[in-house]
Design a protein around this ligand. Structure first.
Ligand code: COA
Length: 148
């Protein structure tokens, strides 16, 4: 059985994470540099779920004082449904709590039922809608979760 772990992103992972980002988010403006830059920023972090050879998923977030924003959460298509996104979210929230974060925010496409189901299961609640939030004109649901 291959070893699966959750670990921090390192520079050597940048091409795999950028490829996964392009696979899961059409027209994503994120590039390798976006992920590499996070390494020199104090309040941004990327967590990976990975096997010995391969990045299977990632969670990218940032925080300021007691508020955090999830920028990205994605799992490889062929690895979906194994609980990896849930594990990434829970580990990210644990680390954010250690940083003193009290509320986590995120946006999700209205059409993304799968992600909405995941976030609802993890305790995220709707607080507003943002019209035409995405480049293709799609609306976003804004969700938040208190970490206390
Ligand atoms: C959304 C995404 C991150 C979920 O990753 P995942 O590793 O498959 O998620 P998990 O296995 O942890 O499943 C979490 C929950 O998602 C839901 N889910 C999982 N597989 C599902 C499926 N086939 N159909 C519908 N919902 C499903 C379930 O609620 C599941 O919880 P449960 O199994 O305890 O009931 C992944 O589908 C993905 O990368 N999608 C493309 C990028 C994206 O949309 N990211 C979120 C942007 S806001």
């Amino acid at each position: 059985m291959k070893e699966i772990e959750i670990r921090p992103f390192e520079a050597k992972d940048s091409s795999q994470v950028a490829a996964l980002d392009q696979e899961r988010f059409q027209l994503s403006p994120y590039r390798e540099k976006t992920f590499l830059d996070s390494l020199s920023l104090l309040r941004q972090k990327i967590l990976l779920v990975s096997s010995a050879k391969e990045v299977l998923g990632y969670l990218f977030y940032g925080w300021v004082e007691d508020e955090a924003e999830i920028y990205r959460l994605a799992v490889k298509k062929k690895e979906e449904g194994k609980g990896y996104a849930t594990a990434l979210l829970e580990e990210g929230e644990r680390l954010l709590k250690e940083e003193g974060v009290k509320t986590v925010y995120l946006e999700v496409r209205k059409s993304n039922f799968r992600a909405q189901k995941l976030y609802a299961k993890e305790g995220y609640v709707f607080y507003r809608e943002r019209k035409a939030y995405y480049d293709n004109g799609e609306d976003a649901y804004c969700l938040k979760k208190g970490l206390e």
